[in-house]
Design a binder for this molecule. Structure first.
Ligand code: CA
Length: 239
């Protein structure tokens, strides 16, 4: 078996997409990567496939002819934590946020490349493993090491001095590395429930955090691991 064919290693995917050409091309590619793919062209078929197959993950186009794709997310999340990756059109940031708030795990914006889709799928399938953990419980993402018990951060060997809020922001992103965390969820986790409309806080704190990570890094670009997803949230790149 080639490396590519090993990637999906027999995982069962229900792929919901009304556009026939996209459905065919993506399904063929996923199958070449070792996934077992079940197809659905509308919402009714999606729910039937979901009930019949109980797949390992769901790849869901939100723009369906019969029902709003968000209804499918809601339907699956009533009873299951199966990973859901949504496909959403460019410019539909509110729809992406709504899908994530309903419990979808991540999204890819159309049109997308297959390498991007596979990167998102890998991040999703790693989610139960979470960030790499060292024996003392530190989170490790690339060259960044976050010691959650001592509240210490290092880039390589260099210490990074963070305020408690900056630290918490980095910790929350690291705990979901590779997957987008919405502005709303970050604000709630770091500042609390009363602050979920204060998006400018995030902008300021993320800038500071990036600057401090960069300053501790001889290469000067450690802060680039924090990626903005405009209108949606932030993600910590995992590679
Ligand atoms: Ca569609």
């Amino acid at each position: 078996m080639s490396d590519a064919a090993h990637e999906g290693s027999g995982l069962r995917v229900v792929f919901v997409e009304d556009d026939e050409e996209t459905r065919r091309l993506v399904a063929r590619n996923l199958e070449a990567h070792g996934y077992h793919v079940d197809l659905a062209a509308d919402g009714a078929a999606a729910m039937a496939r979901w009930e019949a197959r109980r797949p390992d993950l769901v790849l869901l186009d939100l723009g369906l002819p019969d029902v709003d794709g968000l209804e499918i997310v809601r339907y699956i999340r009533r009873e299951s934590t199966t990973p859901i990756l949504v496909l959403s059109a460019r410019g539909r940031e509110e729809q992406k946020v709504a899908a994530l708030d309903l419990g979808a795990d991540d999204y890819v914006t159309k049109p997308f490349g297959m390498s991007e889709l596979h990167a998102r799928l890998r991040a999703l399938l790693r989610r139960s493993a979470g960030p790499e953990r060292e024996l003392d419980g530190a989170l490790v993402v690339g060259r960044i090491r976050i010691d959650t018990s001592r509240h210490e951060v290092q880039v390589g060997e260099a210490p990074v001095h963070l305020t408690p809020r900056e630290f918490e922001l980095l910790r929350v992103l690291a705990a979901s590395r590779g997957r987008v965390v919405t502005h709303h969820r970050l604000l709630e986790a770091v500042w609390g429930r009363g602050y979920t409309d204060e998006g400018h806080y995030l902008h300021v704190y993320v800038s500071q955090l990036r600057r401090k990570l960069d300053a501790a890094d001889p290469g000067g670009d450690a802060g680039a691991v924090i990626v903005s997803e405009p209108g949606v949230g932030y993600r910590l790149e995992s590679s």
